[in-house]
Design a protein around this ligand. Sequence first.
Ligand SMILES: [Zn+2]
Length: 413
Amino acid sequence: MLAKSSTEIVRQQNSGLVLAALRRHGSLSHTDLSDRTGLSSATVSAITADLERHSIIEREEQAPPAGRGRPRVSFTHRRQSGYLVAVRISSDVMQYSLVDYGGTLIDRIDEVRHGHEESAARFPGILRAAVERLAARSALGLKEIGVVSISSKGLVDPADPVLLWSPVFGNDIIDFRDIRGGALQPDVLLSNETRLVAAALARLVERQAEGREEVLPRSLCALSLGHGIGLGIAQRDQAGEFQVSAPDFGHMLHVANGGLCRCGSIGCIEASAGFYGILRTAFEVPADTIPARFVPLIEMEKLAANARRGDRQAVLAFRQAGLALGQGLGRMQSLNGKMPVYITGPGVRFYDLMERGLTEGMGQSRAIRREGLPEIQIILDETALVFAGHLDLALGHMDRTAVSRAQGMMGEG
Ligand SMILES: [Zn+2]
């Protein structure tokens, strides 16, 4: 393969800038594109012509407001240029969403999980069948599915779409490239779920801060409360871009000789602050009891009602959970500096019961005593953030693939 010339690299980067600007704003005129990307008018013309020729973007013409003069032309992603399927794996349901290249949701399947029918070995086949069903329902060929973006709780390989540990499959490793078969040959992306939440929040904050550089934080984190505990961190790099990671926060050591965790370790944060940990404390079950695989939300609601009525053991269980989370966040702030914390997940509905323990736990770390408590915000709709994170990741990936494919074709021509 020939090395790319510097002109080709610059052209590829500029095409990326144009597509990123269109992603952010939906559709833009030639002049707006030039303003937002900082590229000259001539460069924008050359790039949009290229992208149009390769059916990556298309132009929309709108009649001038007064009915005379030239029509207003704007560019937008060409929706039918490709499709993605976002797959959200959670403890009780699977959600499959079919989305076009313009970012529009076309169809969605929600399936209740039947744990007993699933094994790590059969799981990719279950996903493949659902993706095929989605494509068929919209009369799409399997070749048109360019990306399958999957999210799960647990530990994800940093380089490949391989799930290393998850609450449901434990240490059974799943390589999601196995969903490929026959005409279905998408790029497969796998993300820790809270990492996607942090990425979506970073995008949201960026959008809010547009034109007001000073309010954009250096970093932020998302803490997801539920059966397990997830954490995603977004930190701006030297170029000002947010880089997102998902450290194994829920399985950081909270206390020596603490409760048995689902991961097999002793004393993880999750073993105190996950739903099963809270129940264990509330009912004074021995700390070495093997954790329940899944706790229905209704059980937690009952416990919370007891706590709100003043039941001392229930109050203590939520307080201990808050304390474990707060101490963990305090350690995190000691390592990474002060950053706003966005709390989300099904467990936020019990935040009122955990808040005091959480602030107390944070206050025990010197970094917090010195720099003060970080700003804490509660976000109720985690599902919407996970979905936004999927779109951000998968559409960005599709943009990069489209540009390099178009460039490859130009090289051949
Ligand atoms: Zn653990």
